[in-house]
Design a binder for this molecule. Structure first.
Ligand SMILES: Cc1cc2nc3c(=O)[nH]c(=O)nc-3n(C[C@H](O)[C@H](O)[C@H](O)COP(=O)(O)OP(=O)(O)OC[C@H]3O[C@@H](n4cnc5c(N)ncnc54)[C@H](O)[C@@H]3O)c2cc1C
Ligand code: SF4
Length: 524
């Protein structure tokens, strides 16, 4: 018996993949619902600094309902976004295109000529996200530029392409992007606070482009609701549609459900992958055994260097990421800053020691405290931590991967795969941080978990529902369709099937544009 379904498509998660899907499906005439577990955040809702944990951190078991989440796994600490707009609320706006190697490696390599296929979709993504070259460099950018000169790489340094509106600083204008259909925007004031949420209406978050336009076309958004189950309605392959069950993620756990003909999983890697693993156990047994495999960290390292100079420059001014240094064919370094006053990470960091053995790393940290007590104490207790500190984000296309599984005690755990696992100890990253340290008179610090366990922290977790020729090679095919089910897609970071080695949001946007382009207009 056929029942009338509530929606044509339900999209789980409102980050880059989810927002693109919402707009493009709405444009094609489909009735769309986006379900998002985080909150709606607007201008003044964002905290002034990251000491306001209630507004900044997402940690529901501690009653913290912000938009920035930290997930501690065996092999990696993952940073991600939660809220209407997903990671765009907390991201640093940088929108680079990966180098060629990304398009010809990994499990998707032979499925398409990706570099050519995706070219027009990167153009669309640039346009939709309002990408522009950062017009103003500030102290941290200049310090990296100085370092680039000192290592003979001056020509490899450039201003970053970012999704920010650069009109007259602080001046509001009518929609400059979408021929009047979009919201008003205000010129960036270079306050450096992009990662604690833009309070100045300058950052092109997804609620100001894709989601905004999708809502004009009738797409509905349920915020503060977490999808907990997806079951087929009648036919075992989902061709009759699905029932999507969700519960309130804030306050009393009230459950509800809707039905839809199709599903788009867009919860980001730490949302989609554990959900798929859970669904495979009972509700959706046809899902590929590859769910959770080939998770990549962009081979990334994050180190913090705090200037201890008496007359320090203000490193908190500028964009969160305003420039990029291409250190070699596979590697990039970006200086990252938080806005004035955002000093939470000082509570989580210790000096970085480069050594294979944990005991020697620990002894090395103690030794540093004996050798440079004043410098280290100044770093930790300085009043002007954000103004003095630069986070150095290093990324490589060099491949490494891990597998995500459901944990018995913890919700998720990671295990090794056959190849190399991501390491927190990347010699080039450490070397560059020390060189940067010499310029600003500081010592590289890292997340204490990373320093002690030798694991990395990443803001760019990718994979876990990768593309393949068939279900023994991947979870989705080259059109993002899930093997084993009809009208079911994965469109978010978990579909990324090789290591981009650069910030991935533009690529997630472009691949989702491509996948949504393959879906036909709704038959009338
Ligand atoms: C501090 C920081 C800085 C960054 N800077 C950059 C940068 O400069 N450039 C760049 O390219 N990338 C950057 N990133 C990474 C970028 O944010 C992510 O790669 C990107 O957001 C991933 O997009 P996505 O589509 O996979 O999903 P996400 O953007 O992660 O969104 C997924 C959404 O789904 C929701 N969700 C998950 N599970 C469920 C469920 N079961 N039910 C309902 N909702 C659910 C989540 O709450 C979330 O809002 C940064 C990340 C962080 C944390
Ligand atoms: S620098 Fe400040 S004003 Fe500009 S986008 Fe970032 S948070 Fe917004």
């Amino acid at each position: 018996m056929k029942v009338k379904l509530d929606f044509d498509y339900v999209i789980i998660g409102s980050g880059f993949g989810g927002s693109v899907s919402a707009l493009r499906l709405s444009e094609k005439g489909y009735k769309v619902l986006v379900i998002e577990k985080g909150k709606w955040y607007k201008g003044n809702d964002f905290p002034k600094t990251n000491w306001n944990l209630k507004k900044w951190l997402w940690q529901p078991n501690m009653k913290l309902f912000g938009f920035f989440k930290m997930t501690f796994l065996n092999h990696v600490t993952v940073l991600s976004g939660v809220g209407v707009g997903g990671g765009s609320l907390t991201y640093a706006n940088t929108l680079p295109i990966p180098k060629r190697n990304f398009f010809i490696s990994g499990s998707w390599a032979t499925l398409n000529n990706w570099e050519e296929e995706l070219k027009p979709h990167y153009e669309t993504a640039y346009k939709m996200l309002g990408s522009a070259t950062n017009p103003e460099l500030y102290a941290a950018d200049f310090a990296v530029k100085d370092m680039a000169e000192s290592i003979g790489k001056a020509s490899h340094f450039e201003a970053a392409k970012v999704g920010v509106y650069f009109g007259e600083p602080g001046h509001t204008v009518e929609d400059p992007y979408f021929e009047g259909k979009g919201p008003d925007r205000t010129g960036c004031i270079y306050c450096g606070a992009c990662m604690t949420g833009c309070r100045h209406n300058a950052k092109n978050t997804l609620d100001k482009n894709y989601l905004y336009l999708a809502q004009q076309l009738g797409a509905e958004i349920f915020a503060e609701k977490e999808v907990i189950d997806v079951t087929v309605l009648d036919a075992k392959d989902g061709s009759d549609g699905y029932k999507i069950e969700f519960e309130s993620s804030i306050g009393k756990k009230e459950k509800a459900s809707v039905t839809a003909k199709g599903i788009i999983f867009s919860g980001g890697v730490v949302g989609t992958v554990p959900l798929l693993l859970k669904l495979k156990e009972k509700s959706l047994p046809n899902l590929s055994d590859m769910a959770g495999c080939a998770i990549r960290t962009n081979n990334e390292s994050l180190m913090l260097v705090t200037s201890t100079n008496k007359n320090f420059k203000d490193f908190s001014k500028g964009l969160a990421i305003g420039s990029i240094l291409h250190t070699d064919e596979n590697s990039h370094l970006e200086p990252v800053r938080y806005g004035e006053g955002s000093a939470f990470f000082r509570t989580m960091t210790i000096p970085v020691i480069f050594n294979k053995y944990a005991v020697l790393r620990l002894l090395g940290v103690l030794f540093l405290f004996i050798k440079f007590p004043i410098k280290l104490l100044k770093t930790i207790f300085t009043k002007n931590y954000a103004k003095r500190t630069t986070v150095l984000l290093f990324m490589q296309t060099v491949d490494s991967s891990i597998r995500l599984k459901l944990g018995n005690i913890t919700k998720m755990k990671t295990v090794s795969e056959s190849g190399p696992t991501p390491s927190g100890i990347i010699p080039e990253a450490f070397d560059l941080s020390k060189k940067y340290g010499k310029i600003v008179n500081g010592i590289p610090f890292g997340n204490f978990v990373d320093v002690l366990l030798g694991t990395p922290t990443t803001a760019h977790i990718l994979g876990g529902a990768v593309m393949g020729e068939n279900s023994s090679e991947g979870v989705i095919n080259k059109h993002n369709q899930v093997f084993g089910y009809q009208n079911m897609f994965v469109c978010d970071g978990s579909m990324i099937s090789a290591n981009p080695g650069v910030n991935p949001s533009l690529t997630i946007t472009a691949i989702t544009e491509y996948a949504m382009g393959e879906i036909p207009i709704k038959a009338s």
